[in-house]
Write a protein that binds this ligand. Structure first.
Ligand code: IPD
Ligand code: CA
Ligand code: CA
Length: 264
């Protein structure tokens, strides 16, 4: 399938960094692991992948800015374009040999995300989206699930762990939602949670306290697959707030209502 030059650049970079991650996954026991913060591990694999992504993206589009989870912000001369990159989303899974992790690359033009690529090298699933051109999984066009009965819906969430987030708030939200749906899931890689909603595998997803690199590529994936993504209150910008809720129009609306009620 033919994609734009921009998508080709992003895919090539994701695949090269993906080969490196896959290699490191196989040798996980030899990786040196350092503690970045409470319960937040970062590996050499992670840093190596980000440097590869930076090198490839900067070579193809000199001047674009770059925001990466590991290396922070690198300003470019072109102030209107910025790459937003998580070189390894799902670090905890990766370190445990669980093949649910991904590279997430988005391109922001001014205030709008115009392209996204999410790649899981463990199973070679490649998600791409470009503004106005649709979303695809390994070249299959994506569409969010159409379910309109909550008791048939499978919903994913983020589960705050030790040292992260508001655990009581999460439990209240979980109780409100688990009573009404067919299943709750916690997979541990936000970019893939969003991609799974775009692919119609999950009906919806919510999580608080994420970072722009967790959300940016997945957000355009869902919108291009016909779904809705917002902050938890249904209005604010998830990229700014870091809190995200998504699904088809119906599921998104129901999740927003339940989350609001849980907060009372
Ligand atoms: C994490 C994952 C996880 C989410 C965390 C994120 P990382 O990203 O997306 O699913 O619950 O909040 O920080 O640290 O593995 O890149
Ligand atoms: Ca992440
Ligand atoms: Ca990461």
């Amino acid at each position: 399938m033919l994609h734009s030059a921009l998508i080709n650049v992003m895919v090539k970079a994701a695949r090269r960094a993906g080969r490196s991650l896959k290699h490191d996954l196989n040798e996980i026991e030899h990786l040196q692991v350092s503690l970045k913060g409470p319960a937040n591990f970062v590996s050499l694999a992670d840093k190596r992948a980000e440097e590869m992504l930076y090198t490839d993206l900067a070579k193809a589009r000199p001047g674009y800015g770059f925001i990466g989870e590991e290396g922070g912000t690198r300003d470019g001369t072109d102030k209107s374009h910025t790459w937003i990159v998580d070189p390894l989303d799902g670090t905890t899974n990766f370190l445990h040999g669980i093949p649910q992790f991904a590279i997430s690359i988005a391109l922001q033009r001014e205030d709008t995300i115009i392209a996204g690529v999410i790649y899981n090298p463990a199973n070679d699933e490649l998600y791409i989206a470009e503004r106005g051109k649709g979303a695809f999984l390994n070249d299959q066009r994506l569409r969010v699930a159409g379910r309109r009965k909550l008791n048939e819906c499978v919903i994913a969430c983020g589960l705050p762990h030790i040292g992260r987030g508001d655990h009581a708030e999460f439990r209240a939200e979980m109780i409100a939602i688990q009573d009404k749906v067919a299943g709750l899931r916690r997979f541990g890689a936000a970019a893939l949670d969003l991609a799974f909603v775009a692919a119609g595998r999950l009906d919806g997803y919510w999580e608080r306290n994420l970072q722009p690199w967790d959300i940016a590529a997945g957000q355009i994936m869902i919108r291009e697959a016909g779904g809705m993504v917002s902050g938890i209150d249904g209005k604010d910008d998830a990229l700014r707030s870091g809190h995200v809720v998504c699904g088809n129009e119906f599921v998104h609306g129901e999740l927003v209502k339940m989350l609001k009620a849980a907060g009372k």
